[in-house]
Every structure is written in structure tokens, then in C-alpha cells.
Design a protein around this ligand. Structure first.
Ligand code: NI
Length: 390
């Protein structure tokens, strides 16, 4: 028999909504989450829970120890905001110019605090320990690794997280086994050509024209070198060169991101990009440097724990609040870092019609809070039971 998590979550809904709006109004960039972390720690203390702060930066870890001994499962929320000027016009819009919760991490943090409240009230019924992980610096995909290095995953048998998702019905939980989010690695290419007067291109090795060839040739990697059944993305996000209309500059700098859902494709992309870039530059009489910055693994849901999470959600929220996820996203998340330490599942929480994440009009939908809180609570309860049986 499960706890009435939905009713318990509904009882703290307005409290969680107030917290969410307070966090929304006071967003902090990745690695600068002082106030948010302090609010989290203070709120948990108010619930009679003890915390470990300063974990991997501004991370907060809180263990809710159940009434009977057992394994430990973890729930994770991210706390950071984005360098975007908010344009929602909301009464609780960001009070910080150029900083905004445009990915719903305000909602994730408030929901996990709400989950803490309902789990703490029912802790006697828990068989084991629920660890709450409040993570900094997700947007820079640095926070999870720092928290893991600081012991956040020690002793954890399974881990789960929710991410608000526009376009999915409000309160509906959608997931699937296998890959759900992509890896991300970034690159910087510097093309060294030869500058000249704009009127005498034959005297130059034009790095802008060569860079344009590199951008086009890189798309051939995805189209012709990667199995078409394996998703891959190479996107150039910046291309900087030149100072005037009539001068051919001597160098150009291009940066971008590479995405994949499998380890083999992830490994192939940087190698192919470097080879292609060198080949194109050599053919045009230029040289180049190609620097790869390693990002994070794809998020690959464990099949067994995905079933546990889906069945728990069905039991706790009702079948009408679960949906099968058909395709992964090529967006990235550093949740995959935790999955190196323990298996688990990453769940989407529907927030209905909304601007897409990282848009200046985005606002996490408060109507989804109650379902998110109940989902995390019931998943934690059932996962403890499942971990105990393993
Ligand atoms: Ni996010």
C-alpha cells in the first residue's frame, strides 16, 4: 500500500509555488548559487532535516532517513539559471538584469523541497534513506561531476531526476529506457591563413572562405560518415573573423557543439571533425588548430529502474499521468555523470504549452508542481522497496 502522495503534495502546493516564484525572482548563474543554496538549506532545516552544504561548490545534500533500515536512493534537482534577459512580464520575473530561470530549475528546486516536506512527514514508512541532491552549475555541465567527486553519490543504489518539459501535457511524466538526452562536447577551430587587401584575394589565404568550407564539410561527417540510424549533430555556434569590408583577415575562429546518443558516435565525431578541418585547410594553403573540450555523457536510462519509476508513477499519480516517450532529445544534461556511479532514470515532467527552454519567455508551469512532487516521492518510496529486493 502506497502513501497518498498526491494528496500530501497538494497540501504543500501553495508553499512550493511561493518558493518557486521566490527562486524565479532571484536567479543565480552557474557556480554562483549562494542565495539559492542558502534558501534550500534553510528550508530543509525548517523541515527538521540536516544538510551538508558546499558540496562540489554550492551543492546541498540532505538525507531523509526512513523508519526502517534499508538501501539509499537519490533524487536530484538543479539550481542554476541562465545569462538571458527575461521577457515574460511576470509579477515574479527576475530582479537581476541579464539572468533568468529559463530552463525551469526554479521549478525543479522548489519541487524537490516540496518532496522533502512530504517525505519527511512520512519518513517512518520509508525503508531506507532518500538522499536529496541540490546541484549547482548544471547549465555549464560541471556541477554533477563536482558533487560526485565530493561524495554525493557514495552509498546510492539508484538515482532519479525530473526535468520540466514544454509540449507534454501538464503533470504527465514521460520517459523511456535507453538514451534520453545527448552527450555534448565543444570545439574551437582556429584557421591560420594569410591576410591581404580585399581587392587582391589571390595574395591571401582567406580564412573566412576557408572557414565557410570547413562549416559545410563538417556537415558531410554527419551525412556521410555516421550511420544514418545513429543520431549525431555538429553545430557551429560562433564564427569570428575580420575587421573591415575591404580587408581579408589572417585568421578566423569557429566554435561549436557536437551531440551524440552513443559512445561510439561520440568518439567518432571529434576525430572526424579534426581530420576534415585539417584536410580542408591544407587544400587551401592554410593551417589550423582544433581543440576539443570534453563535456558530458549521454543520459542513458537503466531499463530496470525506468520500469520501477514508471510503475511507481502509475501507482502514485494514475495511469493518465504517465506517457511513453518515443524519442530522445539531442539536448544535453549532466545527469549522465551520476549514472556513472549508480543506475537510474531521467524523467520528463509535462509543463504544457510553453516557450522552449533557454527562451526569454520561458516560465516553469506551477500547475505541474504537485505532480512533480508526488512523482518524486512515490518513485523514491518504490525505488527503496525495489533496491531492498535486489
Ligand atoms: Ni535544464
Amino acid at each position: 500500500m502506497s502513501e497518498p502522495w498526491l494528496a500530501r503534495a497538494a497540501a504543500v502546493e501553495s508553499w512550493a509555488r511561493d518558493l518557486r516564484r521566490r527562486i524565479h525572482a532571484n536567479p543565480e548563474l552557474s557556480g554562483q548559487e549562494w542565495e539559492t543554496a542558502a534558501l534550500v538549506a534553510q528550508t530543509l532545516a525548517g523541515l527538521g532535516l540536516s544538510t551538508r552544504t558546499g558540496v562540489g561548490g554550492h551543492g546541498v545534500v540532505c538525507d531523509i532517513v526512513g523508519g526502517s533500515p534499508g538501501p539509499m536512493v537519490a533524487l536530484r534537482a538543479d539550481m542554476d539559471a541562465l545569462p538571458i534577459q527575461e521577457a515574460t512580464g511576470l509579477s515574479y520575473a527576475s530582479q537581476r538584469p541579464g539572468v533568468m530561470h529559463a530552463c525551469g530549475h526554479d521549478g525543479h528546486t522548489a519541487m524537490l523541497l516540496g518532496t522533502a516536506s512530504v517525505l519527511a512527514a512520512a519518513r517512518d514508512r520509508l525503508r531506507g534513506t532518500v538522499r536529496l541532491i541540490f546541484q549547482p552549475a548544471e547549465e555549464t555541465v560541471a556541477g554533477a561531476a563536482a558533487m560526485c567527486a565530493d561524495g554525493a553519490m557514495n552509498g546510492v543504489s539508484a538515482i532519479f531526476a525530473l526535468h520540466g518539459w514544454p509540449g507534454v501535457d501538464v503533470g504527465t511524466i514521460a520517459t523511456k529506457p535507453g538514451p534520453v538526452m545527448a552527450s555534448t562536447d565543444t570545439f574551437e577551430i582556429v584557421i591560420q591563413g594569410r591576410g591581404s587587401h580585399g581587392a587582391y584575394p589571390h595574395l591571401s589565404r582567406d580564412p573566412i572562405a576557408i572557414g565557410a568550407l570547413v562549416v559545410i564539410a563538417a556537415q558531410q561527417i554527419v551525412a556521410r560518415q555516421i550511420d544514418p540510424l545513429e543520431p549525431a549533430v555538429i553545430t557551429f555556434g560562433t564564427f569570428h573573423a575580420g575587421t573591415a569590408t575591404n580587408i581579408i583577415p589572417s585568421s578566423a575562429t569557429l566554435t561549436g557543439t557536437m551531440r551524440a546518443l552513443s559512445a561510439s558516435v561520440r568518439e567518432a565525431l571529434p576525430r572526424a571533425l579534426e581530420e576534415t578541418t585539417r584536410g580542408v585547410c591544407a587544400s587551401q594553403g592554410a593551417t589550423c588548430t582544433c581543440t576539443i573540450h570534453t563535456g558530458v555523457d549521454p543520459v542513458v536510462n537503466d531499463p530496470t529502474w525506468t520500469v520501477v519509476a514508471v510503475e511507481a508513477t502509475r501507482a502514485g499519480l494514475g495511469a493518465e499521468y504517465t506517457a511513453e516517450l518515443h524519442a530522445p532529445s539531442m539536448g544535453a544534461e549532466d545527469f549522465g555523470v551520476y549514472l556513472r556511479h549508480a543506475p537510474g532514470a531521467f524523467l520528463r515532467l509535462g509543463i504544457g504549452d510553453n516557450a522552449v527552454g533557454h527562451d526569454c519567455r520561458y516560465d516553469f508551469n506551477d500547475a505541474a508542481l504537485v505532480h512533480g512532487m508526488a512523482c518524486m516521492a512515490v518513485v523514491a518510496e518504490k525505488a527503496l522497496d525495489a533496491a531492498d529486493l535486489r
